[in-house]
Design a protein around this ligand. Structure first.
Ligand SMILES: NC(=O)c1ccc[n+]([C@@H]2O[C@H](COP(=O)([O-])OP(=O)(O)OC[C@H]3O[C@@H](n4cnc5c(N)ncnc54)[C@H](OP(=O)(O)O)[C@@H]3O)[C@@H](O)[C@H]2O)c1
Length: 332
């Protein structure tokens, strides 16, 4: 029998700041929690639950999911559904919950990409798994180069009209497609709330490709995923590859990424972090939180201790010009 969960009464005065998502009424915590890994049916539910509780107790009100998170695909949403029932049922209105569809989810021609057929069925499945009447934001998880973009976007408009999602967003869209999406949605009075993209010290594509600026100009918030480059930007791999790490599982983070060159850059970044009185994870997140164009940073974690470390990033988000210059020099 689960002990009844009672959230920390100080959860909104614990130091979490909330940033406005573009030009909208929505405030998001500067750190959000993603359930891509460590919340599936292969993982320990008690650990997943402890992380979700810790997050909410510390002002993380935004949980980021997708249809296929697990493994197995769908099981992160099922586990989140259990948490909704057992822990968060009285707090639905305090939570901002996302899901997405776009990647491979079920067999046959209707189980991935951007058709109306797929997106509509997938969102219905997600709502059932999470035991929700609506999600706060539904994303097109990736740009589909074949389906007419209008079909995907009209589906986003329609899920809002149906009340199944309060807001919509796009993830990993190329700039031209994002431009079309922003315009199409706006013309139908559905504002694109968030662009979700990979952004971290090692991956600057959103800056380089103008995605950050474009979102800002559209009044769309930018929410960063894989802010720690799946664990590379932490102390996890500085002294070898731990057997319980994501890299040792070898599916989403491969060993060949960790070259000698990268390792020496990470070691040098770690020294900058230590001089700031931070861990490498904290500094990497602080660097993102301090960007004006970033609404929120979606962290992943495999333990409460990691999540606690990540939350400390909000305590020091100021960077001296010399620190920024040194970071850029290292990443050269
Ligand atoms: N839109 C998209 O296409 C997309 C794609 C990817 C992710 N996302 C979203 O973004 C979320 C975060 O992605 P991510 O999991 O790749 O994020 P991440 O924060 O870059 O990496 C998380 C991993 O880093 C390690 N870690 C985290 N904190 C640490 C700490 N303080 N010290 C040492 N190691 C630490 C853990 O690895 P170990 O497991 O090895 O301990 C953890 O699982 C996902 O859950 C999902 O919601 C979206």
């Amino acid at each position: 029998m689960d002990a009844l969960y009672s959230p920390d009464a100080n959860r909104y005065t614990n130091g979490m700041n909330y940033h406005r998502a573009g030009q909208s009424g929505v405030l998001l915590p500067e750190i959000s929690l993603g359930l891509w890994h460590n919340f599936g049916d292969v993982d320990t539910f008690a650990n997943a639950r402890a992380m979700a509780h810790y997050a909410f107790d510390h002002g993380i009100v935004h949980f980021d999911l997708a249809n296929n998170y697990g493994p197995s695909a769908g099981s992160a949403e099922e586990n989140f559904g259990l948490l909704m029932q057992k822990s968060f049922s009285s707090y639905r209105d305090e939570l901002f919950i996302s899901t997405k569809a776009g990647h491979d989810m079920w067999n046959g021609p209707y189980g991935e990409w951007g058709s109306r057929k797929y997106l509509m069925s997938s969102l219905d499945q997600s709502l059932r798994r999470m035991k929700l009447e609506y999600v706060d934001i539904f994303y097109s998880h990736r740009f589909d180069p074949v389906t007419p973009l209008e079909e995907t976007l009209q589906t986003l408009v329609d899920v809002v009209r149906q009340g199944k999602a309060l807001y919509v967003g796009i993830s990993k869209y190329p700039k031209e497609a994002a431009k079309k999406a922003y315009r199409y949605l706006e013309e139908r009075d559905v504002h694109c709330l968030l662009y979700q993209g990979r952004y971290n010290l090692l991956n600057r594509e959103p800056e380089e490709e103008g995605i950050l600026k474009q979102a800002q100009q559209n009044g769309t918030g930018f929410i960063a995923f894989s802010p720690l480059a799946q664990g590379l930007l932490t102390n996890r791999y500085l002294n070898g590859i731990p057997s319980d790490s994501r890299m040792s599982k070898g599916v989403f983070l491969k060993e060949n990424v960790l070259t000698q060159d990268l390792l020496s850059r990470l070691t040098a970044l770690n020294e900058v972090a230590l001089r700031r009185g931070q861990t490498l994870a904290e500094m990497s997140l602080s660097w993102l939180v301090h960007q004006e164009t970033v609404t929120s940073v979606i962290v992943g974690a495999s333990s409460v201790a990691q999540l606690a470390d990540n939350l400390k990033a909000t305590e020091n988000t100021e960077f001296a010009p010399e620190e920024l210059a040194r970071i850029e020099e290292i990443l050269g």
